[in-house]
Design a protein around this ligand. Sequence first.
Ligand code: KG4
Ligand code: ZN
Length: 346
Amino acid sequence: MALILGIESSCDETAAAVVRDGRHVISNVVATQHELHERYSGVVPEIASRAHLERILPVIQESLRTASLDLSDIDGIAVGHEPGLIGSLLVGLGAAKALAWSISRPLVGVNHVHAHLWSPCLDGEPITFPALGLVASGGHTALYLMRDPVDMSMIGSTIDDAVGEAFDKAATILEAGYPGGPAIESLASGGHEKALKLPVARLGDNLNFSYSGLKTALLYAVRGRPEGRGKAVTYPRAVSELSSQERSDAAASFQAAAIAALIRNINRALDQHEVTCLLAGGGVTANSSLRRELAKICQSHDRPLRLAEPAYCVDNAAMIAGLGGALLETGMQHDMDLAAAARVAR
Ligand code: KG4
Ligand code: ZN
């Protein structure tokens, strides 16, 4: 029975969790920083790392307290060490190394994106490999072929914006609120998705995605074609000139186009690869329209869909502890010179 303490600080959530045997979540504590970044309509890296520093130890203590455990009960420490904001990653990594050293337990570094793919098996059944994996989040949009916990190959990814980033930008364009994904989802609920004709990027015969054109198409559809350049750019219309139905229609049309691009490539990947199931994780997979569309595409391919519980879709440390436990089980572990990495091409 392995009890793993997971630590996550790659972006704007400070999180710690205790997970048993890679799947059973004993505690899961997440301190969001949304209130600190809201006025900037996006995450400010410097503010994020300072906030992690203040919160990391209380969050770890809370995860142990709610699990009714002492640090000495923990069998290993897992930490998200790549990819992410470098200053933020360093806070979690420093804490993880210090704790692992202080209790003489193994340390394992976990890839944050791979951990999103692990999240569907938290509080659920084990994964049967090989599986197809979708990560749809604020920083990543990618498809993976997962042969086992240590062997995951990226088979398609975004060439520009991530889908969650596009939701966040759409929310800024439509003045819908922050964080953008849930705000667009609720604005879209009363809208007609065919009201605006927005493009679903076609990148040829591969599994890549592109979201920057969709965001620009939404901007022009809502505010008209711009005049001038740079800071002098002006638009014929303000968002305030739209009726509330028109704003909802724009949100629904954007959401449908963003989801259609994901579904098209999943369809293609399920045709190309012999897999047991589709695993889906990352903040955008909390979106109920996407969850419905994923269920439909899996049904049409006769493959089970393994969706993360909504609490495990967004950034959390349970997914880090879960995958970390599976990696430790294979014999993997890291030394104290484990480095943080802002980017990884895997
Ligand atoms: O996985 P996550 O918490 O962080 C990253 O690793 O990026 O994902 C955050 C992203 C944000 O872009 C947020 O707007 C989006 O997930 N998101 C959603 C929803 N909930 C969160 N997008 C669409 N619909 C939602 N309900
Ligand atoms: Zn994430």
